[in-house]
Design a protein. Structure first.
Length: 317
């Protein structure tokens, strides 16, 4: 039964990564709409779906949150959603899907560094090999972006780093709040995050759509609505749900390895979309990133065998 649960968790983690990887294609499918419009549209759709799902239990769930939890939702939601996706969409538009996905692939290691001071987290010296591999991967991506040319690639790289920073802050903050929050389930917290994100996206809607300079045909708007709705349902609702299944089934040291599948699938989708083979530097970056995550997970397993029992949930590898 334990083995069956483990394989169920691994399958759910891989499926979540495959769905999350689709996020990187959305900017390429909605040319003519800027990053602000794409972010506002996606999270309006996410908020609407989340509100419909949580509506039957809204009074019970909302009454269990204190003012502290509501304030936490207020800053976590933009960090992990709106702000992150604005950076991501600009990164994809300027630097390409593959480059953006590989930079975001550093998130497991970035979360480890930010959470290294948490109680029972492993010391950084134990994670030095994985961190060095991750930074080497970033150097490969940076060199590729600068070699391609241009201010556009450099701007895309900077936006990808901004997305990485935003997501890292969200991941660590969300992990910490879930560790102490016992009044609502992880799924309910995810839906509440969606509702808060949708409410904040309403603030973006006016400048994003009313003051937009571009003019779009009816077909463009239909395609845009289809893409943002699909991303909201597949990536935010189903993808997050699959991730919760994996989180409850697998130890966090193994969950760290699951995160890399988002990068793997996103890069694969990017190369397919651009109809090209990966460059040598992109291949090297992918191998280095995967090696860094595997090394991180191995460090946590070794610590667990020695009885250190690191709290990997606060320092995701």
């Amino acid at each position: 039964m334990h083995t069956q649960h483990t394989w169920l968790g691994i399958g759910a983690g891989i499926a979540a990564g495959a769905l999350w990887g689709l996020v990187f294609l959305a900017p390429e499918l909605t040319h003519g709409f800027d990053a602000l419009q794409l972010s506002a549209g996606r999270y309006l759709a996410y908020g609407l779906v989340a509100a419909l799902l949580v509506a039957p239990t809204w009074k019970r769930v909302a009454s269990r949150l204190t003012r502290r939890e509501w304030w936490t939702l207020a800053w976590l939601s933009p960090a992990g959603n709106v702000v992150y996706y604005i950076f991501l969409a600009n990164a994809v538009r300027s630097g390409g899907v593959a480059m953006a996905s590989l930079v975001i692939g550093l998130s497991p290691l970035a979360v480890t560094m930010l959470g290294s001071r948490d109680r029972r987290a492993l010391p950084l010296r134990s994670l030095l090999p994985s961190l060095l591999l991750g930074f080497a991967g970033l150097l490969c991506i940076s060199w590729e972006a600068l070699w391609r040319s241009g201010s556009g690639s450099l701007f895309g790289l900077l936006c990808a780093v901004g997305a990485l920073a935003s997501w890292t802050v969200y991941a660590v903050g969300n992990s910490r709040v879930l560790a102490r929050l016992t009044t609502v389930t992880a799924h309910e917290w995810s839906l509440l995050t969606g509702v808060m994100t949708g409410a904040q996206a309403l603030v973006l809607a006016l400048p994003a759509f009313w003051f937009a300079s571009g003019v779009h045909a009816a077909g463009d708007w239909l395609r845009f609505a289809g893409v943002v709705s699909g991303v909201a349902i597949l990536c935010s609702i189903i993808g997050n749900g699959l991730w919760n299944v994996a989180s409850r089934t697998l130890p966090m040291s193994l969950m760290g390895q699951m995160i890399i599948f988002e990068t793997v699938f996103a890069a694969l989708y990017g190369w397919l979309w651009e109809a090209r083979w990966p460059s040598m530097l992109e291949c090297a970056a992918m191998l280095l990133l995967v090696g860094g995550v595997v090394s991180c997970a191995s460090a946590h397993r070794s610590a667990a065998r020695k009885g250190q029992s690191p709290q990997v949930g606060n320092a995701v590898c």
